[in-house]
Design a binder for this molecule. Structure first.
Ligand SMILES: O=C1O[C@H](COP(=O)(O)O)[C@@H](O)[C@H](O)[C@H]1O
Length: 290
């Protein structure tokens, strides 16, 4: 009897699980928690060390890309990331070694506000980084905030696809995708990354490279964001996460297979994934993970 009932009980548990998760949109990446050669966790004792390690990594990726393909195509996020990213990168002993004139800098996501608004990711990146280094203006790609969110996303995608990064392999041979050398992402305490939020229908976006959102649960509501097809095509994606506010989500991201969590859905298909965190963010990760 038990033999007959067992599969039914298991099926019931499965149905219950589905109900618990709801029919929440989820990404289609093959989410994995396994540590592979292409996925690394890099835990620093403090944010200062984290910034130094990130600066070293960025310089290395910039040098490699310029040597191999003549340009460095990078996408950056807002939030807490720009200040952590810039802290050592702008120091003369580091900055003087970087070929900034070979950089093309895009935004992983942006809020649909004027570029001088305090909510603007561009404003954050400009004051932390761009004002202190020398990337030519034409190679920095802010959004056009005068457009509606939908038009803004479409225009940003079109501009990315015809960006003058000739010969750098940025635009995929098919002409329908882009391959970033490096994407720098943050993660919110809810597991969102860029402007891809848990349970949002954008998790299922397969076609657009840049999408708009007008109901962001985190203000401001209107934003544009790179989508998973772009993030997962990158040669390298690096997350920066610091502070105890990220502890719980860090455990979920690195221990569960949950395709409703945007940050876990970032799994570059042919690239590497590195999670830079400070010890506060990593504190609850079990020793076999951290
Ligand atoms: O709203 C956003 O939040 C995320 C995470 O921000 P953080 O302050 O928790 O690091 C950020 O990566 C994204 O660019 C931004 O628009």
């Amino acid at each position: 009897m038990g033999f007959v009932l067992a599969p039914l009980v298991r099926f019931g548990v499965f149905i219950q699980r589905r109900r618990d998760l709801g029919d929440s949109p989820r990404c289609h990446a093959r989410v994995t928690t396994a540590m592979t050669a292409s996925r690394k966790l890099d835990v620093s004792p403090d944010t200062d060390t984290l910034s130094r390690r990130v600066a070293d990594m960025v310089v290395e990726h910039s040098d490699d890309a310029i040597r191999a393909r003549g340009a460095f195509n990078v996408a950056v996020s807002g939030g807490s990331l720009p200040s952590m990213l810039a802290k050592y990168l702008v120091q003369p002993d580091v900055a003087d070694k970087v070929q900034w004139d070979k950089w093309n800098l895009f935004f992983a996501d942006e809020r649909c506000v004027p570029l001088d608004d305090d909510e603007s990711n561009y404003k954050l990146v400009k004051s932390a980084l761009l004002d202190r280094i020398s990337i030519p203006d034409a190679q920095v790609f802010p959004i056009d905030p005068a457009l509606s969110p939908e038009a803004c996303a479409a225009e940003y995608q079109a501009r990315m696809l015809k960006a003058e990064t000739t010969g750098s392999g940025f635009v995929a041979p098919s002409g329908s995708g882009v391959v970033f050398d490096l994407v720098l992402l943050g993660m919110g305490p809810d597991g969102h990354t860029a402007s891809l939020f848990p349970g949002h229908k954008l998790l299922e976006e397969h076609t657009k490279l840049v999408a708009h959102i007008e109901d962001s649960p985190k203000p401001p509501p209107s934003r544009i964001t790179l989508t998973f097809p772009v993030l997962n095509a990158a040669r390298c994606v690096a997350f920066l996460a610091a502070g105890s506010g990220k502890q719980e989500m860090m455990v979920r991201i690195h221990q569960q297979k949950d395709s409703t969590l945007p940050a876990q859905c970032v799994q570059p298909e042919n690239g590497t994934l590195i999670w830079y965190m400070d010890s506060a963010a990593a504190e609850k990760l079990p020793a076999n993970v951290a």
